[in-house]
Write a protein that binds this ligand. Structure first.
Ligand code: MN
Length: 195
């Protein structure tokens, strides 16, 4: 069974401009993307490429560069790799209706090793703790995703690791609201302004 089944079941591709296609893994190694999604409630979708899909979490307050700021991150369905470039307006009445911009993106590295080998991201997710190094335009350095408790809908936290890239004074969620692809904000998209 494809892990993209949930993604496809929730969407009407005659109505939404979101991608359906799949594609080969990114050239130059796996990528991450943070999409700012102004839906019924504003959130940031944090996605990392692994095993041919984007593993995804919805982060209501968005990522922080301050290690003391733990950000709630709710797991959401796997998305196709093509989604990493998606910006647009999902029509009213459709799943996730609202505007989406690519708030940050770049390469990432897996930071978890055991016995000289990398622990696969899928295994880290299964274990409930993931550590990656991001090479974005707004976000750089180590980030951890940590599962809190169990149950059918476990909560996760997204936390900046306390490394040399940590910065308690920056707050890119408020000071850098625009897309790194087009320079547009969610309001620009909603109002139909072009890049
Ligand atoms: Mn979303």
């Amino acid at each position: 069974m494809s892990s993209l089944e949930d993604y496809e079941r929730k969407r009407n591709f005659d109505r939404t401009g979101e991608p359906k296609a799949r594609r080969q893994p990114s050239d130059g190694g796996p990528r991450f993307v943070v999409q700012k999604h102004d839906a019924s409630t504003l959130h940031y979708d944090f996605r990392i490429e692994t095993d041919g899909v984007l593993k995804s979490w919805a982060v209501p307050k968005g990522p922080s560069t301050d290690p003391s700021q733990k950000r709630l991150a709710a797991p959401t369905e796997d998305h196709p790799l093509d989604y990493a470039d998606f910006e647009g307006v999902i029509p009213q009445g459709e799943y996730g209706a609202g505007s989406v911009i690519v708030w940050d993106t770049g390469a990432y590295r897996n930071l978890v090793h055991e016995g000289g080998r990398q622990v696969p991201i899928a295994q880290q997710i299964e274990n409930g703790h993931v550590k990656v190094w991001l090479e974005g335009r707004k976000l750089t350095g180590g980030y951890a995703l940590q599962r809190m408790g169990g149950g059918r809908r476990p909560r996760w936290l997204l936390v900046k690791l306390d490394d040399e890239t940590a910065d308690r004074r920056r707050n890119p969620v408020s000071t850098q609201p625009e897309s790194v692809l087009s320079g547009r904000t969610n309001d620009d998209l909603r109002q139909g302004r072009r890049a």
